[in-house]
Design a protein around this ligand. Structure first.
Ligand code: ARG
Length: 601
């Protein structure tokens, strides 16, 4: 199905073409002045200027032509040549009916679906997550849902950080704790026990300890570096331990992500591309893409105008527009974050064959991705315009500094979830749930409210801006919040149940009252919102839409009696049908945001 704005644009474009003007002038959008009209076309000004015509005269010619369109009630020419379009009640009613019957609730579909890999989450095994990882998980998961909804073929990959120094630190820490484990016998080729020697609780205790100690104990740090080198070189006991660390962490991550309804198709990590790295290095060396530099192997990625040698104010030489090289192998012969990311691109091309890869990672890694993408482009894996780094802003505390837990430490996702759950439970208590809801159901509702609060608070901001973490505000049932949206959905569900109890069945939708018109116009904006969100990779467009729809519903609900005594049966049937359409679209929109409404609350 097609939204009204697009249908009207078709008519407007044809009218411009019939005047010998370009079709693009016929673009139509919902009106900026809803008190005057439903839609507007601003093309006459530009078209007239280009053709040397008078814009108002042109508008006067175009208006009657588009006025013939069956959905249009009236076209007014205003100001310098705006076309203000009012659509008919019946066109709105028909549109609402179509949205109600549409699988995508009027959200449209992409013309040319793509095969896309979304790299998001990116937690590191054993290391605690920070709020940046939360943002990546929520934004990435939403983009996966959005693109999939619109018809793209999407694979979400968590890309675990499981290959770095943290693994060496853990190996050393476990060794000091339990030196007799078979993993530490260098000659042992395995097999090793299937049961992990540590739990998540052990890992969360050992890692911070080891990390802190390595900062001022050089010998300890050296042991960790050696351990990671040996692990990377393939020492069987260390590889077996690595797998245990990964398994234990992944199990815990699945619980924490589950709370937020974040899921991944692939649970691959940096360690998975290890077998690809040596052959990749050989290939890149032999093809002449990599060259030796001070014992390291690098790929030159600088462009004209970068790395220009100049002299600074202090008389010292310095580089203008520095662009460090892509580090394939460092001078110690080790491979790192650059190599694993390049190999991962190669792996995905070979195993999935995507048109495009999206990386939802902290803005602070922008340079890293620029380097990786240039390298991938240069060596012919995938061209840069198909590799997108989608950065995001930081989450700040009320003091404006990056958010920390009350104790000032790094945040753990499990703790954050618990904090949100506690706050949501408090809010639910204040609001007073309907009496007959039992404890179990209350618990489930609390989780849904907490999830809606956290996800919506994050997603409603433009991805690239920072926001302030304020659980009290996020969990409020009033204002632009997740819980407010849940409340809107639950209210419609309750209404539909009551209608069913009273034997009111859905009938033909009629649109008459101003609030009904506004509500249907809100519904009609879904396709554009989803299209913008996909095009710009910005979930907040979806948030804007569901929030606007909920507000339009509220206005309709207070102005138009639905089940009241005295309302005519036909009107009741029409309004209940309209409510059902709103719920259909609201749930589709919330579903894209990863938010589920309870049946009641
Ligand atoms: N593990 C990384 C971190 O914590 C994020 C991984 C992002 N994805 C990637 N392909 N590099 O910073």
């Amino acid at each position: 199905m097609t939204d009204l704005a697009t249908q009207l644009a078709g008519a407007c474009s044809a009218a411009f073409e019939s005047e010998g003007l370009e079709a693009r002038w016929g673009a139509v959008k919902q009106s900026d002045r809803p008190e005057l009209a439903d839609f507007q076309c601003n093309g006459c000004m530009g078209a007239a200027k280009q053709a040397g015509m008078n814009p108002r005269e042109l508008a006067a010619k175009i208006a009657p032509k588009i006025g013939e369109h069956p959905s249009i009630e009236r076209v007014d020419v205003a100001g310098p040549g705006f076309l203000n379009i009012v659509v008919s009640n019946s066109a709105l009613a028909e549109q609402a009916t179509l949205i109600g019957a549409d699988d995508r609730a009027g959200g449209g579909a992409v013309d040319a679906p793509e095969k896309v890999v979304v790299d998001f989450g990116g937690p590191n095994v054993a290391k605690p997550m920070h709020v940046g990882h939360l943002r990546s998980a929520v934004i990435g998961d939403t983009l996966v849902r959005l693109l999939r909804f619109l018809g793209d073929d999407v694979t979400g990959d968590v890309h675990l950080g499981d290959w770095g120094l943290q693994m060496g630190l853990l190996i050393v820490a476990v060794k000091d704790d339990q030196p007799d484990l078979p993993y530490f016998d260098a000659g042992n080729q395995g097999p090793f026990p299937a049961e992990p020697p540590v739990t998540m609780v052990d890992l969360s205790r050992l890692y911070p300890m080891a990390s802190a100690r390595s900062k001022d104990d050089e010998a300890y740090a050296k042991r960790a570096q050696d351990a990671v080198a040996e692990m990377q070189a393939g020492r069987p006991g260390y590889r077996a331990l690595l797998q245990h660390f990964i398994d234990v962490s992944v199990a815990a991550l699945k619980v924490d992500y589950g709370f937020l309804d974040v899921s991944f198709d692939l649970w691959k990590g940096e360690s998975d591309v290890d077998p690809l790295i040596a052959p990749m290095i050989e290939e890149l060396k032999s093809k002449g893409f990599a060259h030796e530099d001070d014992g390291a192997w690098i790929i030159d990625i600088a462009r004209e105008g970068e790395n220009v040698e100049t002299v600074g104010k202090d008389g010292q030489p310095r580089l203008k527009n520095p662009m460090p090289p892509f580090m394939l192998v460092n001078s110690r012969g080790a491979t790192g974050y650059h190599a694993t990311d390049l190999a991962t691109i190669k792996d995905r091309i070979e195993t999935i064959g995507p048109d495009r890869m999206l990386y939802v990672v902290d803005q602070r890694q922008a340079l890293h991705f620029e380097q990786v993408y240039r390298a991938a482009d240069k060596v012919g894996y995938l061209s840069m315009d198909r590799l997108e780094h989608l950065g995001f802003g930081t989450v700040n505390g009320k003091d404006g500094k990056p958010f920390k837990t009350r104790e000032g430490g790094t945040l753990r996702l499990a703790d954050l979830n618990q904090m949100a759950l506690d706050e949501a439970t408090l809010r639910i208590g204040e609001a007073g749930l309907s009496g007959d809801i039992g404890e179990d159901e209350k618990g489930e509702i609390g989780k849904l409210v907490a999830r809606a609060a956290l996800r919506f608070a994050d997603l409603q901001n433009q991805r690239t801006t920072n926001y302030v973490f304020d659980l009290e505000r996020f969990t409020s049932f009033e204002g632009k919040t997740g819980p407010y949206l849940l409340y809107a959905a639950v209210r419609i569900k309750a209404l539909l149940r009551r209608a069913a109890d009273e034997g009111v069945v859905r009938g033909e939708i009629k649109v008459e009252a101003a609030e009904e018109r506004k509500l249907v116009l809100a519904l009609d904006g879904f396709a554009l919102a989803l299209h913008l969100a996909r095009e710009k990779r910005m979930p907040h467009f979806v948030c804007e839409h569901v929030y606007g729809l909920s507000q339009a519903f509220s206005a309709f609900y207070s102005a138009c009696p639905i089940l009241k005594d005295g309302v005519e049966a036909e009107t009741k049937a029409s309004r209940i049908a309209l409510c059902k359409v709103v719920l259909h679209q609201l749930e589709a929109g919330l579903g894209i945001l990863g938010i589920t409404a309870p049946e009641r609350m």
